[in-house]
Design a protein around this ligand. Structure first.
Ligand code: AMP
Length: 217
């Protein structure tokens, strides 16, 4: 098992990059945010535990996150190639992931830090819309679905996430700076960190593929 990690502030474009990479590389996308939103919708115990944290833009406790990631990896094929999006979110989760990888005989090959200015991120989030069914990401400013409210990929409902509002976003950005940004030093120390200028969608994809040594066309 091999895995790459997409790091970045909310709105940096992790979900969009993940969609693009899925098209180019046979890679399984694991978004803990998508899994938690699905758990809330399904009304599972994990969903009930996560909801209040997510509404405030706080991190869901590490043990809950580890459980869903471990279940997902154990249910998958041991030869799979995974892409984590939104996980790990703090140094403790990164350590738990290292332990889990060691147990499953896996390896994290690259960690991509998607870098975008704070004003850009705030603008992107207020215009962001996502598919309730498949998680595809849209933006009212330039990346609208072809039919309003309907996902181009799967026909699901395109909606605005409850936590994509101004108050919650400010807290999510603070949580990112405090909890997640220290992961850069963590992975830099292991020689795995690649910084990506993530302003442009196509260039983001190309930079990542170049590091993975794969041509985009
Ligand atoms: P995302 O879709 O990645 O922006 O995540 C949305 C929300 O889900 C976050 O603001 C957190 O409340 C929660 N969440 C997602 N992934 C994690 C994680 N790895 N650790 C803790 N909380 C998470």
């Amino acid at each position: 098992m091999k895995a790459i990690i997409l790091l970045g502030a909310p709105g940096a474009g992790k979900g969009t990059a993940a969609e693009d990479l899925k098209q180019q590389v046979g890679i399984a996308h694991i978004s803990t945010g998508d899994m938690l939103r699905e758990a809330i919708r399904a009304g599972t115990p994990v969903g009930r535990e996560a909801k209040a944290y997510m509404e405030k833009g706080e991190l869901v406790p590490d043990d809950v996150i580890l459980r869903i990631v471990r279940d997902r990896l154990q249910a998958g094929n041991p030869d799979s190639y995974y892409m984590f999006d939104g996980f790990p979110r703090n140094v403790h989760q990164a350590e738990l992931l290292d332990d889990l990888m060691a147990k499953l005989g896996g390896e994290i090959t690259h960690v991509f830090m998607l870098e975008v200015a704070r004003e850009v991120v705030i603008r992107r989030i207020s215009n962001r819309r996502v598919c309730r069914q498949c998680g595809a990401v849209y933006n009212l400013n330039g990346m609208r679905p072809k039919v309003d409210g309907v996902c181009d990929v799967c026909g699901g409902e395109v909606y605005q996430r409850a936590d994509d509002n101004e108050t919650t976003v400010a807290n999510r950005l603070d949580v990112f700076q405090r909890e997640t940004a220290p992961l850069m030093a963590y992975y830099e120390g292991k020689g795995k960190l690649m910084r990506i200028d993530a302003l442009d969608r196509k260039e983001t994809e190309e930079q990542i593929l170049r590091h993975l040594d794969i041509d985009s066309q």
